[in-house]
Ligand binder design. Sequence first.
Ligand code: ASP
Length: 409
Amino acid sequence: MSHKHAIILLILIVIGVIAGVLAGWIWGPAMLGVAWMGDMFLTALKMLIVPLIIAAVISGVASLGDVRKLGRIGGATLAYYFITTGIAVFIGLVMVNLIQPGAGLNISGGEIPQKVLEKEETSASDILMSLISPNLIASAADTQLLPLIVFAIVFSAALTTIGKRGEHVIEFFNGVNDAMMKLVVWLMYFAPIGIFALVAGRLGKAGGGEQFMAEITAVGWHVVTVLSALAVHFVVLLLILFFVAGRGMDYLVGMLRALFTAFGTASSSATLPLTMECVRENKVDDRSVRFVLPLGSTVNMDGTALYEAAAVMFIAQAYGIDLTMGQQVIIFVTATLAAIGAAGIPEAGLVTMIIVLNAVGLPLEGIGLLLAVDWFLDRFRTSVNVWGDSVGAAVIDRLLRSKYSGMSP
Ligand code: ASP
């Protein structure tokens, strides 16, 4: 997409978000009538994900050349994910200790949401199990992307070892990838109307502005804590972008279409096609785009990790339970794991929060306290998730280009 088109589209998307908020706020449930347009946009995005991920990861890994480079890039990518997710959780914990959003609420009951009840037994080992799948087609159908990505990585590594025949297959997937990216650009033109309808429809479902305000004020300090912590982490990532990746503010501007889409869809997986296109337009090496972003969209969730830590601390405070320093360290570790395990779909973080709550022995009913505002906070944390991946792509891009790494093209 040309620079001029990208800017016009961005302006239209911003108008879409503002109009969506206003319409949902004022007309409330009446806006459910336009929700189908948002669903159509979301469904179209989801339609692209599976073929795009498979083609992108296969061609991305193959373009790295040999397996040693894959090891180095993979190691650097995972290091970036862990360090930034750790920083995010740390910021969440510091903010929640400073603001004490749950202090004095004195709540003892709550309702365990159905989708949480179904997964009550979730534990940290499930995260390792989620790397593989007995049935790739079923995983694709359920948008469980991690096994698909793992398969694509090893499949591609295998292709690079079988000579000419492997090259033909890689060439095929290169073509599929290019065609998929074309589809993404076409679909992007529908983003303003799609995001408008998604935002207006969701606010309408919440009963419009007044009802939404009433719900939000009940847990107002929790909302303030999460939003301010997310804002701080956003800035930290911006600093990483400047000083580690050596990029400027224009990189952020180039990413805004994807960030607003993340806000509209509350799904980093559904946003992935746009994230990839925006990062590509930001002149990031294709090898980084195709490898770092698909993996990051399911594994690297800074916003979710921060949210899980802050929310669990909030629950403890609301129940009047004091958590020791040691327990907060447990929250630090399990919130990081829970975010890795969360799928890139709306409100997935709420379900993997079970891991964190169980680890420190807090009642699962606490999740009931967060339900009313979770869909709202989800949009912000998803945008931060996507922002974290985008900055990661720029960091790895710099590494790939650095003449000292021996990885330059
Ligand atoms: N909705 C988030 C995402 O897709 C996951 C979550 O935090 O619930 O990135």
